[in-house]
Design a protein around this ligand. Structure first.
Ligand code: FAD
Length: 541
């Protein structure tokens, strides 16, 4: 974590965006913190290797039945399921970031996400997610029915989403105001096609697009969609509408951190055609959310798992002759490493695969060759702005939970206090601005993130907010926390469905099991939870 304070400029460009004639500028000092989860541990290990030094021998050792490496949604799901089934002899090693992409923070009593912020109502096939939500008291009745009954505090309430298009806010994310009739016809045609695909089954009788993807049809006719990008598919289907293209590009950037001309058409369509869960007490396709994003959900999972987490970062995992596994992990205490050895019957490796490729000894023996099978990772920034007041809004639609600007590469901002049920709006709030660096290649984006000053990071983080509010935005900002995730999520590029290395890890059933959203080739809650659930079942059988 780097602590920095810096000057934020706000001025002419922003004022012009608000339509004022006389733009002016002012300077303001804003306390800020930039977090780089995992960077300190990564640098430490890299320097160690470069200088041919080794870590001190383990100063502690313990045994357990199962060791879980990583406390993201996959690791937490495994831990929750084992605990629930009475299998309590396990330990979870956090890795560099407790809860991974489901982490969060808070400014005083105002919570905010530093990663994911919502979970769609799980579809009927996502039985594992429904079981979890029921166990946590989020589904109150009939978890396996067509329409479970949810705790209403967590169902996203209106107004849900708006788009800043042609200088004014409009409802929803797909541009409509002032858009020619011909374009709007194309929008309709696209959504009708989504409805058709949702119901469609492949030659094997399975639905084509399902969460978990492991249960989706493998009909080659539909798998062919994985050979082209979503943009190519749109072009092939004769969709020409620039606003539809913008919208679907926005969706791919928002869901996968990657532009639609680089995302597999199968993945692009899957997102639409599979997240359509229903509820007795909410509209179709509603979302669940919390002020801290997915963080409160991760915390609830951790509690339900018996809180068996320990801090530390694994540096090696191997099977041992005679059975079982051995893990060595380290912790940096005031910059000094302390190492611990763990012996266990089984390990659940719930860390990202680009890390597992270095940690798991002989990973190629499992059929996973890091040189060709590690997915490409999209970098992200999540920036939380503590607002001392709500800035003045442009006309038409009031502030919503999710607010998007018709431009690239920002992904808009979410309002953390949206779910607070209060008669009057709170005095303060947090705006969480999301930005995937999809306008660069992942490598050049990571280089930029590594070298960028706090001021440059802030300029990138606040671009959409400045377009929406002009100079009035920075006048309301009290503090900023920026979380930089260099390898945030796997990007489902064309061909990802036939990645043989991922397939091999998915099918493993030995002393080392893998569980991470990366196994699916893209990152969403339902997939991460699926691999954690499956790993727990395998270790308990
Ligand atoms: C900015 C952002 C927004 C997102 N928004 C959403 C959303 O709104 N809804 C949604 O469904 N999904 C969202 N996602 C996707 C999200 O990644 C998944 O929902 C899910 O949280 C992934 O969980 P995971 O367990 O697979 O992996 P991760 O979250 O990557 O967790 C990996 C874990 O491994 C640990 N680890 C790493 N190295 C080691 C090591 N050497 N030793 C031990 N442990 C290690 C880490 O500390 C971490 O705890 C978002 C992702 C990002 C980046």
């Amino acid at each position: 974590m780097d602590r920095r304070s810096f000057l934020l400029w706000s001025g002419v460009g922003g004022a012009a965006a608000l339509g004022t004639v006389a733009g002016f500028s002012h300077w303001q000092e804003i306390p800020s913190i930039v977090h780089y989860p995992g960077r300190a541990e990564g640098h430490f290990l890299r320097n160690l290797l470069r200088d041919h030094r080794s870590l001190p021998p383990p100063s502690a050792q313990f045994e357990t039945d199962v060791v879980i490496l990583g406390s993201g949604i996959a690791g937490l799901t495994a831990a929750w399921k084992m605990n629930k089934e009475g299998h309590q002899n396990f330990v979870m090693i956090d890795g560099p970031q407790p809860y991974g992409n489901a982490a969060g923070g808070h400014f005083g009593d105002l919570a905010y996400p530093t990663g994911g912020h919502y979970l769609p109502l799980p579809s009927p096939e996502s039985v594992h997610v429904r079981e979890l939500l029921s166990d946590l008291g989020i589904i109150l009745r009939n978890p396996l029915s067509e329409r479970p009954y949810y705790d209403e505090r967590f169902i996203l309430h209106g107004p849900e989403e708006r788009l800043l298009f042609n200088g004014q806010w409009q409802d929803g994310f797909i541009p409509t105001e002032g858009v020619p009739q011909q374009e709007r016809q194309e929008h309709k045609r696209f959504f009708a096609e989504v409805e058709r695909l949702r119901a469609l089954r492949g030659s094997d009788g399975k639905r084509i697009f399902v969460f978990p993807t492991a249960l989706s049809s493998t009909d080659p006719e539909w798998q062919a969609l994985d050979r082209i990008t979503l943009k190519t598919w749109l072009d092939q289907q004769g969709y020409r509408s620039p606003t539809l293209h913008w919208y679907l590009n926005y969706c791919c950037r928002d869901d996968y951190g990657t532009r639609y001309d680089q995302v597999s058409a199968w993945a692009g369509l899957h997102y639409y055609c599979s997240r359509w869960g229903q509820a007795e007490n909410a509209g179709n396709g509603a979302w669940l959310t919390w002020p801290g994003g997915l963080h409160p959900l991760a915390e609830a999972m951790d509690n339900a798992a018996g809180k068996r987490r320990r801090s530390g970062t694994a540096i090696s995992l191997k099977s041992v002759a005679g059975g079982g596994v051995e893990v060595v992990y380290f912790e940096l205490v005031d910059g000094v490493p302390r190492t611990t050895r763990v012996r266990a019957r089984k390990a659940i490796c719930a860390m990202p695969l680009y890390v597992a490729a270095r940690v798991v000894e002989g990973i190629t023996n499992f059929g996973f060759d890091p040189a060709i099978h590690v997915p490409s990772y999209a970098p992200w920034m999540v920036s939380n702005f503590l607002m001392s007041d709500f800035p003045e809004e442009l006309p038409q639609v009031p502030l919503c939970w999710d607010n998007v600007v018709y431009q690239e590469p920002g992904l808009g901002y979410v309002v953390s206090t949206h779910q607070d049920i209060r008669a009057t709006p709170p005095q303060k709030t947090v705006f969480s601005a999301y930005r995937a660096l999809s306008d660069h290649t992942p490598e050049s984006a990571r280089q930029w993130l590594e070298q960028a000053s706090a001021k440059e990071l802030l300029a990138a983080a606040s671009a959409d907010l400045k377009t929406a509010y002009g100079w009035k935005f920075s006048a309301c900002v009290e503090r900023v926390e920026i979380t930089v995730r260099g390898h945030a999520m796997a990007a489902p590029r064309p061909g990802f469905r036939s990645n043989a290395g991922l397939q091999a890890l998915r099918e493993l059933d030995g002393p080392i099991l893998f569980a991470h959203a990366d196994l699916s080739g893209f990152s969403v809650f339902e997939e991460a939870a699926w691999w954690g659930y499956r790993a727990a079942q395998l270790v308990m059988k």
